[in-house]
Design a protein around this ligand. Structure first.
Ligand code: ADE
Length: 225
């Protein structure tokens, strides 16, 4: 999978994909992430990419032309499955969104800043919008990093048995059960006996019950879905 990210702050995206599982995905050639500085595509003086909004009001808006030129430049090289705009007024990002994006080949992600991007770009280029939660970040970069991470780890071959996504929270519509590691007795706090019983069926059943209990207590809405 290839992901092209259009941003005014490429520096912000240097670190998130250079470590741990994202690094492994890139090293194995399963995920390619490229950042493109929007300022390289502006025809305006002083690398301007934003301007005052028509109709007045506080806050700048990202101009349509640099964005259109950046997108069209990328589209000349390959076909994109989705052109995604990160925005707090988009549909909420969920595990099922990550699952379906992980099956795509080429994605563009546009990171907004200031008041957002000129709406004509949303109307004529953007095919999908994503919010990572009901709060406003100072830009779309961290939100884009969240999406790339959640999608990248699902690509076949990225995770191994130890890190498998199959039993993640949300993957089956429920939260994951509690987990424990050594020592079995830490400061007198003991792990549940059943985890030492050696019977995989019993342990699976216990984990299922714990998942259900956690989901009922913490996120009952997930069970209605
Ligand atoms: N840009 C600013 N806030 C955001 C959010 N919550 N989700 C996605 N992009 C954003």
């Amino acid at each position: 999978m290839r992901i092209d990210i259009i941003t005014v702050l490429p520096e912000l995206l240097e670190s998130p994909f250079s470590h741990s599982i994202m690094k492994r995905a890139k090293d194995k050639g399963l995920l390619e992430v490229y950042t493109h500085n929007l300022r390289d595509y502006t025809p305006y003086k002083q690398a301007q990419v934003d301007d005052y909004q028509f109709g007045g009001g506080a806050g700048m808006v990202m101009m349509p032309e640099p964005l259109a030129l950046a997108i069209e430049h990328l589209q000349k090289e390959r076909k994109y499955d989705e052109i995604i705009y990160m925005t707090p007024d988009g549909p909420l990002f969920e595990q099922k969104t990550a699952n379906s994006l992980s099956m795509k080949k080429n994605l563009i992600i546009i990171c907004g800043h200031y008041k957002g991007i000129d709406d004509r770009i949303r109307e004529h280029f953007v095919t999908m919008e994503i919010s990572i939660g009901d709060y406003v970040l100072s830009g779309g970069e961290l939100a884009a990093a969240v999406v790339v991470d959640a999608v990248g780890r699902l690509l076949p071959g990225v995770l191994n048995d130890e890190t498998s996504a199959l039993f993640d929270s949300f993957q089956d519509g429920m939260l994951a059960p509690p987990v424990y590691t050594r020592p079995a007795d830490f400061r007198g706090w003991k792990i549940p006996d059943i985890l030492l019983c050696g019977d995989p069926k019993k342990i699976d059943d216990w984990r299922y019950e714990q998942s259900l209990k956690r989901t009922e207590q913490r996120r009952p809405g997930l069970l209605d879905e």
